[in-house]
Structures are given as C-alpha cells and as structure tokens.
Ligand binder design. Structure first.
Ligand code: PLP
Length: 417
C-alpha cells in the first residue's frame, strides 16, 4: 500500500506507540486519583505538557490545554472568545479555512455576528489589503490557518497577527496550525508572539487520533466552553487521554530530532512527483504553485478527468490519495479551489498527494508509473476525449475552443503547464 494521504491522517510512529503502551497497560490509572500508583499518569501528562511547551516556545505550562482534536480546540477558542467579549460582534477569517472554522463562522453569522471572509488570488495567496481593510472597531477575532490543507499554501501569520495587534491589541488572533505543526517552525515566543490562540491535532504528525491541543495565551479574554471536572487547570473538564498526550509529546520530539533531514527528503520527493507528473501528463496544473507551500503537499488540477474516478483507479493499484480535504469528501466542488478561481472543469479533477517522512523514493516512482496510465485511460473514455491529443505532451486547446476561452479568460491568458 502506497499511502499518500498524510494531510488526512498519518500512521503512528513506532516510537510513539511504544511510549503510549504503558498507559494502556500497567499505568492505566486515572491521573486525578489520589493513590500513589496514579501519580505516574499525572506526572506523564505534566512532563508531556512541558516538553510541548519547550518545542513551541510557550512560557507557562498552563497555556497548553489538551483536547480531543483540532476541531474541539477551534470550537473552544472561538466560542470561548465570543462568550468573554459579547459586545464585539465582528470576526475576520478566510474563504479557504477548514470547515472546523468556516462552519462555526457561518453559525455565528446566523446569530448576529458579522463575518468577513477574506479572499485569495489564483495562486492561493491571501489578499492582505482586503484583510487590513476588514479590521475595524468591534472586531472580536481573526481566525486564519497557517497552512491550507488542500494546497499546502502557507499564510503570513507573523505579518497578519502583527497588523492585527497594531490596529487594536484587544482583537484576538487564532491560528489553525493543524497542517503546519512540526512541518514549519512555530515559536510562540518569537514569530508567533502576537498569536493568542493556536489549535492543532496529534494525528497529523504521527501521534494517534483523539488527541489535540489549544495554546491559550495567559492574558487572553476567553471563557471556558466545555464545563465539567477540574482537569486542565479547570478550563477543559474530562478525564485526560493520558496515552494520547504522551504519544503527542513523543511525536513532537521525534519530529524535532529529524526535522531538517525530513524536510529536505520530503521536499525532494514531492518535487520529483510534481515535475514527473507535469512531464508525463498534459493538461495538469499545480494548485498553489509558485508559493511557499508545506513540503509534503501536492495539489493537482487534472483537466478533463474526474477526481473520484482517478482516486478509485489509484486505489485499485494500492495508491491512497485524496481529492482534497477528507472532511469535505462528497460535499461538492472544493471551496478552496473555487476561491482560487480554478475553473470548474479542473476542480472536478482535483487530486491531492500528501507525503510523510515514511514516504519512499520507490513509492514515488511507482506513482509516477501508474498515475499517467490512470489519467490517460480515463481520458480515453471521457466524452471530452476529443480535446486531448494523446500523442502530444502539450495540451491541445485548439479543439476545445470554449474551454480554452474560459480558461484563459479566468487566468488572464496564462498557459496551464
Ligand atoms: N484544520 C485543518 C487545517 C485541518 O486540515 C483539519 C483536518 O484535516 C482540521 C482543522 C480538523 O482536525 P481534526 O480532524 O483533528 O479535528
């Protein structure tokens, strides 16, 4: 099995599993229990918290709250902010956020909040001028992702959070770092010092599912959202996922130890895949190319072939990829690619490959072998086959005048290879 869907989830690193196992076996105790054997569970949580704080440049251990996933962290961040600041009714976010943010914003806009959804250009870059214009008295919160899960495009969080705080230091800044965590540098005492809240999830970096965290800066005007026991400094009730917490800290340590080498290797393999596909298959464009992207992500707009069929055929060859966000599978055209003004004919063929440190050269070679065959085969049986010149590596646009006109108009005349 060739697994290239690591933005959906990752396999657990063996070292992470080893670190977790004692907390399912001999150290299974509830960390809140008073008897002495339970102390090891409590201690393990606090050691894990301290280790994560060190990795992220967090000053106070109580600023890291463990949750069940990034979605919970984002819900806690946004609803906690609205609860603590009821007089502020304006939120700024982007049109390309994950549904974990977008759906909350839509819910709030149905309940009296005004939400500005900042757009992106055709390369997936955020419109910073539009962002600056949107900030205003009464803005409660800015919620911007660090890295887009579909395209891998990186947003300038340092710049955006700096502008936000210069405009009004009371506006809260939430960053969804779910896809960038451990892949890019995140220091909450340096370039992310103006970020008040930061959400992430362990299963994106070789820890298990069911564990996430919210960084909540001490001074943040925020009220707790999940009521219950006294766990997590009284901010998030519920018995802690001890094994998950220990596993997530271990995954952080592993990622830090091999970060440079992994980044180089994964970037090289992703670029090899990207260039290899472009050289072998006509009529493909890279979504977000020319931008800073996380090293592991490759988003393709395959013209005149359906992503579902491509993924099905790849699946038959034991290759796992995705059509974009796993969370929005089956929910229509990607809102991210729509916001980037990718033509409909190409959104339907959006395929995302996402690599990990476990991806091998042989796996990339195998995909380079199979992917062109799959696309060519599907185009042969496509009603649009007349528009593809199988003999040429160039896309034949002369026989598809309508699509070509639409494409070049939308792209300002750009040629899509
Ligand atoms: N934010 C982004 C950018 C994501 O990619 C995801 C998941 O893919 C989430 C939030 C939600 O993460 P989780 O499923 O762990 O709640």
């Amino acid at each position: 099995m060739i697994y290239l869907d690591n933005n959906a989830t990752t396999r657990i690193a063996p070292e992470v599993l080893d670190a977790m196992l004692p907390f399912f076996k001999e150290d299974f105790y509830n960390p809140s229990s008073m008897y002495s054997v339970a102390k090891s569970a409590k201690l393990a949580i606090e050691q894990a918290r301290q280790s994560i704080c060190t990795q992220l440049g967090v000053t106070h251990a109580s600023e890291i709250l463990f949750t069940s996933c990034a979605t919970e962290s984002i819900n806690a961040a946004i609803f906690g902010a609205t609860k603590a600041n009821p007089h502020r009714k304006h939120i700024i976010t982007t049109a390309v956020e994950h549904p974990a943010v977008l759906e909350i914003c839509k819910e709030l806009s149905r309940n009296g909040y005004d939400v500005s959804f900042i757009g992106v250009n055709q390369q997936g870059n955020l419109n910073v001028d539009e962002f600056v214009r949107a900030l205003r008295p009464g803005t409660l919160l800015v919620a911007v992702m660090h890295t887009n899960n579909e395209t891998g495009v990186v947003f300038p969080i340092e710049q955006l959070s700096g502008i936000t705080k210069e405009t009004d230091s009371n506006i809260l800044f939430l960053c969804d770092a779910t896809q960038s965590m451990t892949k890019l540098s995140i220091r909450l005492d340096a370039e992310f010092q103006n970020v008040d809240m930061l959400a992430f999830s362990g299963h994106k970096f070789h820890a298990p599912k069911g564990i996430g965290a919210l960084f909540l800066r001490r001074e943040t005007q925020w009220k707790k959202f999940l009521h219950g026991g006294h766990q997590e400094f009284g901010w998030r009730g519920g018995t802690e996922n001890v094994a998950g917490i220990v596993g997530m800290a271990k995954a952080f340590e592993l990622a830090a130890a091999t970060h440079e080498d992994d980044t180089k290797r994964v970037t090289r393999l992703r670029d090899k895949l990207e260039m290899g596909i472009l050289a072998r298959v006509p009529g493909i464009k890279i979504n977000g190319s020319g931008n800073q992207r996380i090293p592991n992500t490759l988003s393709l707009a395959v013209h005149y072939a359906e992503a579902d069929q491509i993924l099905f055929e790849l699946g038959n060859k034991d290759i796992c990829a995705s059509s974009g966000s796993a969370c929005s599978s089956g929910s229509g055209p990607s809102h991210v690619l729509t916001a980037m003004d990718v033509p409909l004919i190409a959104i339907g063929g959006a395929v995302r490959f996402s690599l990990s440190r476990y991806t091998t050269e042989e796996e990339i070679d195998a995909v380079l072998d199979e992917f062109p065959k799959v696309v060519n085969q599907l185009r042969q049986i496509s009603p649009l086959q007349d528009y593809v010149d199988a003999k040429s590596t160039e896309w034949t646009v002369a026989r598809a005048p309508l699509y070509h006109a639409g494409y070049t108009e939308a792209r300002g005349g750009a040629v899509f290879r």
